[in-house]
Design a protein around this ligand. Structure first.
Ligand SMILES: [Zn+2]
Length: 250
């Protein structure tokens, strides 16, 4: 984390209601203030993660997302606006977050995760929030997180279902223990209800805040599976694969 700095009077006023949260308090707030989180993709899921992290006072957010806003993004990408159609998604997201909380430093990277940038972006952060719709990107981030020993929160959704897990390198399984290779039937375009994407994004933000502030019980070695069509939430155990090609020898 960057050099420690205590809270100002203004910050104490802004974050007053969350300073009362048991186990969080001023110490947790200072940890958030001094943390950098990489949020990859700021669409329906990642946009909600970034919004909640900005609201909670994470000091520095790096947003990575390529491309310009299309009409079909507007049912779920809440950091965007109709006036921004045809313009950079990540720049809109960054501007929205800066306006919402000017105390947060926001870095906009107009790229999706690839071999060319994954390790560099992950090294610059204290924690990774992986919100990409593509398994290749999620698994690439997982590899970078393990290699750089950075915690990873992985959030994903499909139609009315959502999945969430946390990877703490050296303390449990990684994403590749469960998915050694991307599932063959995964599609780039899939059914999305914005409220479902936003729900898993909100849950992921809770996990990021817990890990950074050091309280609660993050989903390490567990995956939360949500079926929002029936409103059922269950946790499954994830086992570490000793032969995992990503975390097996770390
Ligand atoms: Zn693994």
């Amino acid at each position: 984390m960057s050099e420690h700095s205590a809270l100002t009077d203004e910050e104490r006023a802004i974050y007053e209601w969350q300073l009362w949260v048991a186990g969080f308090g001023g110490e947790g707030q200072v940890r958030l203030k001094n943390a950098t989180v990489l949020v990859t993709r700021v669409g329906g899921v990642g946009g909600m993660v970034a919004m909640h992290l900005a609201a909670a006072g994470v000091g520095r957010l790096i947003l990575a997302h390529a491309g310009d806003l299309r009409p079909s993004d507007l049912n779920r990408q809440l950091l965007m606006s109709h006036a921004g159609l045809g313009k950079s998604r990540v720049e809109q997201a960054a501007d929205r977050l800066r306006a919402f909380n000017p105390r947060v430093e926001v870095v906009a990277v107009a790229e999706n995760i690839s071999d060319a940038n994954a390790d560099r972006l992950v090294r610059d952060a204290d924690l990774i929030a992986s919100c990409a719709p593509l398994f290749e990107e999620r698994l690439r981030l997982n590899r970078a997180a393990i290699a750089c020993a950075k915690p990873l929160v992985d959030a994903a959704m499909y139609e009315m279902e959502a999945q969430l897990t946390c990877v703490l390198p050296g303390q449990g399984p990684c994403l590749a223990c469960l998915y050694p290779t991307p599932p063959a039937d995964w599609n780039r375009r899939f059914p999305v209800l914005g409220a479902v994407a936003g729900t898993v994004g909100s849950l992921a933000a809770v996990e990021v805040i817990k890990i950074l502030a050091g309280f609660g019980e993050p989903l390490i070695g567990k995956m939360l599976i949500c079926d929002l069509s029936a409103m059922t939430f269950r946790k499954i155990e994830m086992r570490r694969d000793p032969g995992c090609r990503v975390c097996g020898h770390s």
